[in-house]
Design a protein around this ligand. Structure first.
Ligand code: DAH
Length: 339
């Protein structure tokens, strides 16, 4: 019986020393848990003489209740303190100066690409994106460049297997579109292309934008009219274009398209190497053989196609002199391209 007084005293002292609710829980278990001291007392009832048992039981139960109350009260107090401490630690000082975040901007290549898509979709072009891993057939053969054709040497190709390669030109998309869709066709095909080429103006991965128009009665004049519009939008309101004869296996005739130099207005300067003109893209009338390869009747339909390097356009437009700047991701360079 005397034990109970001692136990209350001991439990109270220990409980009051507990610094947090966790420590308090340990103390609680020590007394009221399954292996606790009070529980042991209850279990010891059996050893007590029968007549003394009711009184003993009452006392131990009272002890247990008293302790439970005590623990509950202490626990509430500790939890409240803990919450207050936590909230104090999380206080936000709204008067602190903010951290500066550098504002992002669209990459110049993305900018030019979006601008081109805007321009051409305004003329009714739809966007088609072909795969970057292509078969030799779509990248070359169907484009009138069969195996052993010397024009395959115009593009240093990354072959994955004998027949599968990383596309060297978005022109591969022309075939994929014409195979599926009957004229009239008006598509724009932007995407990454790959060539084993690496210097200040060439990168092994770069972006191209391909255009293809096939319908009845399409002529080179349609191409040039559209290119003039392109030059005025991308470079300057007074830009003009000039077509020079060239060669691509998939077009006949083929042309190289120059835009009047926006830096000097065509008078001649270091940028245009004194010529007043800058070469911007390749184009031409779709070769009959290419139309035939896709099941389009060349006697009924004709078309023009063009392909341009997006990096090249971005470099000309923004006066960037090294293509590597476009892949280094240096924020000091990139943040200069904001409207
Ligand atoms: N695919 C050519 C190249 O990568 C560019 C090109 C030239 C695309 C003439 C065309 C075209 O569609 O008609 O050099």
């Amino acid at each position: 019986m005397e034990d109970t007084e001692l136990i209350v005293q001991e439990a109270t002292e220990e409980a009051e020393r507990a610094e947090d609710s966790r420590a308090l829980y340990e103390v609680k278990m020590k007394f009221l848990g399954r292996a606790g001291k009070v529980t042991a007392l209850l279990k010891s009832m059996r050893e007590i003489a029968a007549e003394a048992r009711p009184a003993f039981g009452k006392k131990v139960n009272a002890l247990r209740e008293a302790l439970e109350e005590k623990f509950a009260a202490l626990e509430e107090k500790l939890r409240k303190e803990e919450l207050e401490r936590k909230l104090a630690g999380e206080e936000v000082d709204v008067t602190m100066p903010g951290r500066r975040h550098r504002e992002g901007a669209l990459h110049p290549v993305t900018r030019v690409k979006n601008r081109l898509i805007d321009l051409f979709s305004g003329m009714g072009f739809e966007v088609f994106e072909g795969p970057e891993i292509e078969s030799e057939y779509y990248n070359f053969t169907a484009l009138n460049t069969p195996a052993d054709h010397p024009a395959r040497d115009m593009q240093d190709t990354f072959y994955l297997t004998d027949r599968i390669l990383l596309r060297t030109q978005t022109s591969a998309g022309q075939i994929r579109v014409m195979e599926k869709k009957k004229p009239p066709i008006k598509i724009l095909s932007p995407g990454r292309v790959f060539r084993s080429d690496d210097d200040a103006t060439h990168s092994p991965m770069f972006h191209q934008m391909e255009g293809l128009v096939v319908d009845r009665g399409i002529t080179l004049c349609d191409l040039q009219g559209m290119l003039d519009e392109f030059a005025r939008t991308m470079f300057s309101a007074s830009s003009k274009t000039r077509l020079r004869p060239s060669y691509f296996p998939f077009t006949e005739p083929s042309v190289e398209v120059d835009v009047s130099c926006a830096a000097c207005g065509g008078k001649g300067c270091p940028l245009c190497k004194g010529t007043g003109w800058i070469e911007v893209l390749g184009a031409g009338m779709v070769n009959r053989r290419v139309l035939e390869n896709c099941g389009v009747d060349p006697d009924e339909y004709s078309g023009f196609a063009f392909g341009m390097g997006i990096e090249r356009i971005a470099m000309l437009k923004y006066g960037i002199n090294n293509i590597k700047l476009l892949t280094e991701n240096d924020v000091r360079f990139l943040e200069q391209f904001k409207d």
